[in-house]
Ligand binder design. Structure first.
Ligand code: AMP
Length: 314
């Protein structure tokens, strides 16, 4: 039986945090045997914030190493860079002629940026369309993401349907895979963990950094247990294990936090060690991306030929 196809991506905007790991990266690792996995480095999506060539180069290499370090096996999956496959931006332009401005104005990310009075680039406004192209080019079945991306997958389906209705049945409608327990991983301040909130715990942070960040988790003494600490702890141990720990250490927030820091450190240490082995291996990074681009390009090109035939430009 043909394996279902899975695609997801991460922007090279800095070292991944626990939210990226549980929301998306771990799912790719866990599913790489049973699905045909496409892991994308979303460098064109990152261009909105990374506007320096050296930085872009460096962060892109690092995210490839991060993907390998968390356990993605390039022999089993296709790891590729978005900008290597020109069909992503080409298809975006075609979709741009099918979607309307009010449709994109309803996107949460756009509305948030607008509410904060931020200057919004056309790229940010158009982000959901590029993301639809990323997914639809590969006839993707499943997109594992955190809940912040749910609306973007809905947009992807709407755009696919629009194209299919205007032209002919061309695109498969993908579904998001959001695991309830990790849909929104909390940061150290209790809000969603996000690089832009500066409330993250990085999966490759040093032990000292992890301890420091865990110690600064905002606690509230009014409840039965320090909820913000517990919510992060739940990612590393099941609740039947956690209950006695929290009962024994009731009220001793410092001890509880030390336990959490220890659990985080133990969990990520093997990945950190693997990361050290891969870091600076320029040849490996180049080889992985080259092979990934070859596979991705073959599929994307065939799909684009089909699209171009359907719209009548070839
Ligand atoms: P990004 O850093 O925006 O490229 O996000 C990469 C992936 O991580 C996306 O699938 C997000 O949905 C997921 N993600 C980011 N932050 C969180 C979070 N706090 N909880 C769960 N998933 C997250």
């Amino acid at each position: 039986m043909q394996k279902k196809r899975l695609l997801s991506g991460i922007k090279p905007t800095g070292s991944p945090h626990i939210g990226n790991y549980f929301g998306m990266m771990k799912q790719l690792v866990d599913m790489q045997g049973d699905y045909e996995v496409f892991a994308m480095v979303a460098d064109y999506h990152a261009l909105n914030t990374i506007q320096n060539a050296d930085e872009m180069q460096k962060l892109t290499k690092e995210i490839v190493i991060d993907y390998l370090a968390v356990g993605l096996d390039p022999k089993k999956i296709t790891l590729f860079k978005q900008s290597d496959i020109t069909e992503h931006t080409e298809l975006t332009w075609i979709f741009d002629n099918l979607v309307t401005v009010p449709f994109l104005q309803r996107a949460h990310a756009f509305k948030d940026a607008e509410a904060k009075g931020k200057e919004i680039s056309v790229g940010v406004f158009n982000y959901p369309v590029l993301m639809a192209a990323d997914i639809l080019l590969y006839d993707t079945d499943v997109v594992p993401v955190g809940s912040d991306q749910k609306q973007h997958i809905e947009y992807t389906r709407d755009i696919a349907q629009k194209f299919n209705n205007v032209f002919e049945e061309t695109f498969k409608l993908p579904t998001e895979k959001i695991i309830e327990s990790v849909a929104t991983v909390q940061g150290i301040d209790g809000r969603k963990m996000s690089k832009s909130y500066n409330n993250t715990i990085g999966i490759f942070d040093t032990d000292e950094e992890i301890k420091k960040k865990v110690m600064s988790i905002v606690t509230d003494s009014s409840g039965e247990l320090p909820q913000n600490v517990y919510n992060i702890h739940k990612l590393f141990r099941n609740e039947s294990e956690l209950k006695p720990i929290y009962e024994n250490l009731k009220g001793k927030y410092k001890d509880i936090k030390e336990k959490l820091a220890e659990d985080i450190i133990n969990y990520f240490t093997p990945m950190k060690e693997r990361r050290e082995k891969f870091a600076n291996n320029e040849r490996l990074i180049k080889k992985v991306l080259k092979n990934g681009a070859k596979t991705a390009s073959r599929i994307a090109k065939a799909k684009m030929d089909d699209v171009k035939t359907k719209i009548g430009v070839i």
